[in-house]
Design a protein around this ligand. Structure first.
Ligand SMILES: [Zn+2]
Length: 340
């Protein structure tokens, strides 16, 4: 039985610079490198660049060519929020490859689970389009890669403040990938309503929990206990990926949710418990958003504590009663597919 947590930390992903004043700045990763650089208690791994073939598991050749053409150029604007610098394409390939490398280490039993501190983030990237600070959908590429490696059912849990439109769209017709997202709603990017449940053979394999601004630890706890964990357990993933953004933290400058590091620890612990039961403990968490540096550092610490199976601390924010109406809508939307 594998033991220990692998953490990908690689300074080469500092090379992506989206422009002066942009919230998705290199200092986000710098803060984690400084905080975890000398830390003990986990296995440190470097990143490798994802190959074009691996990225093409999710993305179109046209998008890959378009992104490759930005390499070495000072600045290319891809959407109103998303621009490249000379090193962005290499950083994006390393971010995607870092997740694959960590998944390989978990599959090989070298580590039990892991966290990948990557940037640029990925969950807004569509198969044919960069958007929302994202170029390559790191977690979606990993899910597709795991399926190719013979993993039959993959769950993606996305607790970033924003809805992961890209990940949802890549897998919405796929019955073997469960996509679960908690997010502030309505908010950027506009998708993620409760009645978006997947399509065709994938109906019931997309679970959206659209939360109003103000929800905190207690509301997330209740949503996990009453909806997410029951569905996740019945889906019985063989591998769990977490899109771990920390912009749902109460300090985040972009968002309006009120999660504390204790709340992230509680979520991670519950998700890891399911992974222990159905997936031999195989869980890899991947940094997405999060724009307050203290919130990122404390959120990553909380996630690593949960991956090391330290008992979760008490919730610090929120009121579980507030979740009643949202969860009623989610249950109604999911009731054709799940007995919850
Ligand atoms: Zn986000």
């Amino acid at each position: 039985m594998a033991h220990g947590t692998g953490v990908v930390l690689d300074a080469r992903m500092l090379a992506h610079d989206p422009g002066r004043g942009h919230p998705e700045r290199p200092e986000r990763l710098r803060a984690l490198l400084d905080h975890l650089g000398d830390a003990r208690g986990f296995t440190r791994l470097g990143a490798r660049a994802a190959t074009d073939e691996e990225i093409a598991l999710v993305h179109t050749p046209a998008l890959i060519e378009h992104l490759e053409a930005t390499a070495g150029r000072a600045r290319v604007v891809l959407d109103p929020d998303t621009a490249t610098s000379a090193g962005s394409w290499e950083a994006a390939r390393l971010a995607a490859g870092a997740v694959l490398q960590l998944c390989e280490a978990v599959l090989a039993g070298e580590v039990a689970n892991g966290f990948a501190a990557v940037r640029p983030p990925g969950h807004h990237a569509e198969s044919n389009r960069a958007m929302g600070f994202c170029f390559v959908n790191n977690v979606a590429v990993a899910a597709a890669y795991l399926k190719r490696r013979g993993v039959r059912r993959v769950a993606v849990i996305d607790w970033d403040l924003h809805h992961g439109n890209g990940t949802q769209h890549v897998f919405e017709c796929d019955p073997d990938v469960l996509y679960v997202s908690t997010h502030q709603y309505p908010f950027y990017p506009g998708t993620g309503a409760a009645d978006e449940v997947g399509r065709g053979e994938g109906a019931g394999r997309t679970l959206n929990l659209p939360f109003p601004a103000g929800f905190g630890d207690a509301e997330f706890d209740r949503a996990l206990d009453e909806v997410v964990v029951p569905i996740l357990t019945r889906f019985a993933p063989e591998f769990v990926l977490v899109s771990a953004g920390f912009d749902a933290d109460y300090r985040d400058p972009l968002g309006g949710l009120q999660v504390t590091p204790q709340g992230f620890a509680r979520m991670a612990h519950r998700i890891a418990s399911v992974a222990n039961r159905t997936a031999a403990g195989r869980i890899v968490a991947v940094l997405e958003g999060g724009y307050d540096l203290d919130a990122i550092v404390e959120g990553v610490d909380a996630t690593l504590a949960a991956l090391a199976d330290r008992p979760p601390p008490a919730p610090r924010s929120g009121d579980a009663r507030n979740a009643e109406r949202v969860l009623a809508r989610v249950r109604a939307a999911q009731s054709p597919y799940w007995d919850i």
